[in-house]
Ligand binder design. Structure first.
Ligand code: CTP
Length: 135
């Protein structure tokens, strides 16, 4: 069985998240998602997620095609997670292009193109803006 692993915050799930998860799943038979902890998100993105880590893990577990979910507590532990979950393929969005090539000694590393014009940040900005108020 070919196992695929990917990582992310997945806060306020959107079309870009669903597309990358679907494409990741197609690269193997079993998809494992590492959901960033609230603390990791705070240090990585400088803000608290809208949905907490339990809620984001629950949402990911509910996605068709996601077989297993765990909490990613540290960016420095990627190698340990890949080994622990015996992943054959690491999938990342191409915003990380080249950044995980160091793991090519233990798995295949694939960068998939991001879906244009959508992100959790942009959803938050639209909802906050006058543009949304006047819709
Ligand atoms: N992703 C994607 N297309 C998008 C947005 C995200 O393919 N338009 C992918 C990312 O490349 C990553 C995964 O979805 O592999 C999780 O990304 P995450 O950082 O949680 O989502 P963003 O919407 O980019 O969040 P933010 O705006 O908070 O940075």
């Amino acid at each position: 069985m070919k196992k695929v692993i990917t990582f992310g915050t997945f806060d306020i799930p959107h079309v870009g998240h669903v597309k990358i998860l679907n494409r990741a799943r197609e690269l193997g038979d079993y998809l494992i998602v590492g959901v960033s902890s609230d603390a990791l998100n705070q240090s990585k993105k400088g803000r608290k997620p809208v949905y907490n880590q339990q809620e984001r893990m629950f949402l990911m577990q509910s996605f068709k095609g996601v077989d297993e979910v765990f909490l990613e507590e540290s960016l420095e532990e990627k190698r340990d997670y890949i080994l622990k979950y015996q992943a054959d393929v690491l999938v990342m969005g191409d915003d990380w292009q080249g950044k995980f090539d160091e793991f090519k000694d233990i798995c295949e590393v694939v960068y998939l193109p991001r879906t244009p014009s959508i992100s959790t940040t942009s959803v938050i900005e639209v909802v906050r803006s006058d543009e949304w108020e006047n819709k």
